[in-house]
Ligand binder design. Sequence first.
Ligand SMILES: Cc1cc2nc3c(=O)[nH]c(=O)nc-3n(C[C@H](O)[C@H](O)[C@H](O)COP(=O)(O)O)c2cc1C
Length: 267
Amino acid sequence: MRRKIVDIYFFTGTGNTLLAAKTIAETLKNNNCIVNVNDIAKTDPKKVNLSNTVGIGFPIACWNTFPIARSFINDLPNTIGTEVFIFATMGSSSLNAAANFGHILKNKGYSLIGSCGFLMPNNFIAVQKEEKNVAKREKAYKQMEHFASELVTSAPNHGKTNLFFQTCFAISSFIINRWKGNIFQRIAKFNITKSRCTKCGLCAKICPVKNILSENNCPVFSGRRCQLCMRCISYCPSHSIKFFLIRKTYRALTDEEMKRWFLCVKK
Ligand SMILES: Cc1cc2nc3c(=O)[nH]c(=O)nc-3n(C[C@H](O)[C@H](O)[C@H](O)COP(=O)(O)O)c2cc1C
């Protein structure tokens, strides 16, 4: 890494990718870097400082990532040689999506200094017990620390891509690009169980894309911006939000951390 001032941009639904961003940031700081951690949902990609090293993190969704993170990457300005590294968190398999996004950025003039996917607890279907999740996170933290120290000290670490992975990426990109369309948003419907809802308004406040309105403190899923990131289900204190049969899913953050990051304070 040539430039030791690093700006990390991450998107997270349920918190795994925030934990990854924080772990990588801490390791870089321990290696004499100055690091800022920023939420993609609150950042204009056109304002990214291209004279610093840029890190980008996102969760894997459908062997790709959510539209909001895809748009951020696609809308980054062209550059000449800005160093970039990419990391993804996933439940089981990413089909090397991080490396494929690296390819997109190389075509925009970025110099890819590393890309990696980390196995973290699944937050969608097949959610495991907390003991297993703790073990999975601990293993991932070690890999993240290794990845981050390699960024500073040694040869770049790239996930590999090839024709097979590129074809899978093209197909998953096609699917994700329809995520915001009418049909998808009608199928991917979240429901509120009114008898459970305590009208605390938390879901509307923490939705990263403001897709939940609060009408008299009753949540209303509006618009066509839902990313399916699972944040609302994950942190609803009364488990009143349902997506098909899913009412309760994984959460990576304590209530305190969640409030600090999602409700306003950025640190
Ligand atoms: C809609 C959706 C689709 C997902 N698709 C995949 C997938 O294709 N492969 C995978 O390994 N994990 C998949 N996951 C699991 C997440 O990538 C994983 O749990 C991730 O660490 C969540 O990060 P976050 O807590 O920062 O949102 C999916 C999760 C969601 C909500």
